[in-house]
Write a protein that binds this ligand. Sequence first.
Ligand code: SAH
Length: 370
Amino acid sequence: MHTLQSNSLLGLTAQELTGLVMDSGQPAYRGQQLFDAVYRQRIETLEQISSLPREYRALLGEQGWRVGLPAIARKFVSGDGTVRYLMQLADAETVETVWMPEGDEGETGEGSEAGDEMEAPAAATFRRATVCVSSQMGCAVNCRFCFTALLGVKRNLSAGEIVGQIAAVLRDQGVQPPMQRVNIVFMGMGEPFLNYENFMKSVQLLVEGVGIPEARMTVSTAGIVPRIVDFGREAVRPKLAISLNASNDALRSEVMPLNRKWNLQELMAAARSFPLRARERLTFEYVLLEGVNDRPENARELAELVRGVRAKVNLIALNSGAELSYRTPTQERVGEFQRVLVAAGIPTFVRRPRGRDIFAACGQLKRTVQ
Ligand code: SAH
């Protein structure tokens, strides 16, 4: 039956919850009531499930069930309104989740630095926001420019732990999808395509339970080619972003050793045959490393690589740190790289760094507490 890890209601589908209530002789409709309470109301405790009879709530508790919402262990607020959450899971380990008010999916913005300390915008001014969610504790993909890579991988997150991060943030921010517009990016700690089943189950729960349409979700992969193929066959799936980060194999193998397993030819073949929906575009991410992959020649090479794919390129100036040997290119250099791609007809955007001052920006998630 259920192990200790899975005695959390968060993570179970409506069908699984229906099976659970029926095991205790409850009517089947109580399964849907549980599903609504957990995902739509996002209750914290069993006692808060007011739609269920008191005795049955007590029985669930006796059977060892709990809601399974992660605890917010720490919260860091950036000058630009971004909030980095340190979420504590049932085994006391932590992962990070980032809330970005006014977050787009990273494709707009002028590349300016985070500002000074100020209040996060109040809920009353809410228009849209993006939650960046983690899929693994640490990461096994050894990208040379990423802080999360320094942690190694501890374990996969369950579907409940992935959805739980979002449920906890929505609770904390007092935000109610679908009335308020929330985007989800699977771009936090970890490689979602190395935790494929749990990631896809979390997508299903977010769509059916929390009420966030899959068109408002984007998953980013470092380039796990067989999973890109599987992902293209999913009936319900987020949009796809691929971390390219280099314009040729020699360079990519240097900055992303994973490229030795699936090289650019294999990766681009998967990208080219990826079944896009009407009006959908792929995203290619490209982290700019000063003097390494940021030359105009690299931009021209990149333009050739992605030519013919219905895609846009998101440039990310490196978020640097003492542990990394790479440096951040100047804004002029980033602009120059962008102009080469745009001139070649490739829609190219510079991702605005969010929450650099609190170590919440791309590649900076490594459970920094100071
Ligand atoms: N593992 C997935 C999901 C993480 S998404 C992936 O690799 O795509 C995080 C994005 O931030 C990736 O595009 C990654 O290349 C980029 N990134 C990693 N470290 C970074 C850093 N130090 N500065 C800027 N971007 C970084």
